[in-house]
Design a protein around this ligand. Structure first.
Ligand SMILES: [Zn+2]
Ligand SMILES: [Zn+2]
Length: 272
């Protein structure tokens, strides 16, 4: 977080599963947050065993931590609303209790049709703002009071962006289709390339080809292959295997890489 310069304003922590390498970092983070003067409670969201794990984190952090650490269990279909977005959990398949997460932004208001507003006789100014906020306005046209409804000048709402994060898992698209359809970005386990299909099955991970299959099944726009095993010195075979199954964009990002996710326009059409 220091290197990515995200700041330390943490509203909550979402954990996909309780393998130690996926959550022990919370202990250090909690110390840092406390050192920086945090007083607000810190919720930790995760699958079954979250209460036990958080109680372990609490006992490892017993000195100098001046804020409560809360535990919240997430199951298939659990959702949490935040300011401007919702987080959903879906069950994954990693050989222990595990979930993935969907982050979905609230829809944005439709586009304001300025020309139409002018044609209807609305004077540019504060009335435009009220219509854009969804409030009806009253104007006087040819000596008669006329009510203008926002629908007359606003296009249909535009979808927010959607990111699906699977965490470590075998492919589970049959469980997530409804929640994850049309994701702008799918971040999927791709520990192995397709040559190690057997190994992936044994240890409850996915191959890049399987990640591609899921991306295709849920109609994702971009697929990010992550959790690639350190046995590989290049990600070329992963990209190739995913591209065999998925026609969209495939990337294998490194830690701290940044990408911008463009908004989609009306009608589900994605704009570049
Ligand atoms: Zn892992
Ligand atoms: Zn794991």
């Amino acid at each position: 977080m220091m290197r990515a310069r995200t700041g330390f304003l943490v509203d909550g922590i979402f954990i996909t599963h309780w393998h130690a390498d996926h959550f022990l970092g919370i202990v250090g983070l909690v110390q840092t947050l406390s050192f920086m003067g945090r007083k607000e409670p810190l919720p930790v969201y995760g699958p079954e065993w979250v209460h036990e794990a958080v109680s372990g984190i609490r006992s490892l952090s017993r000195f100098n931590v001046k804020f409560p650490i809360q535990s919240v269990e997430m199951k298939h279909g659990s959702s949490l609303m935040f300011d401007g977005y919702t987080v959903w959990a879906f069950e994954t398949n990693h050989g222990l209790g595990s979930v993935g997460y969907v982050l979905e932004e609230d829809p944005r208001p439709g586009r304001f049709n300025r020309q139409k507003a002018v044609e209807l006789g609305i004077a540019p100014g504060p009335l435009f703002g009220r219509l854009q906020r969804g409030e009806p306005v009253r104007i006087v046209r040819d000596g008669i009071a006329v009510d203008i409804h926002p629908d007359e000048v606003m296009g249909p709402p535009r979808p927010g962006r959607k990111i699906v994060y699977t965490g470590d898992t075998r492919p589970v698209h049959h469980r997530i289709c409804d929640m994850c359809s049309d994701a702008d970005l799918l971040i999927h386990d791709a520990t192995y390339d397709d040559e190690s299909m057997e190994r992936a099955r044994e240890v409850f991970h996915s191959t890049a080809g399987e990640a591609g299959m899921v991306a295709d099944a849920i109609g994702a726009h971009t697929l990010a292959l992550v959790h690639i095993s350190s046995r590989y010195t290049s990600t070329a075979s992963h990209i190739r295997d995913a591209e065999k199954r998925f026609g969209g964009k495939v990337i294998a990002p490194s830690d701290l890489d940044m990408m911008e996710i463009p908004f989609r326009d009306n009608g589900g059409q994605k704009s570049e």
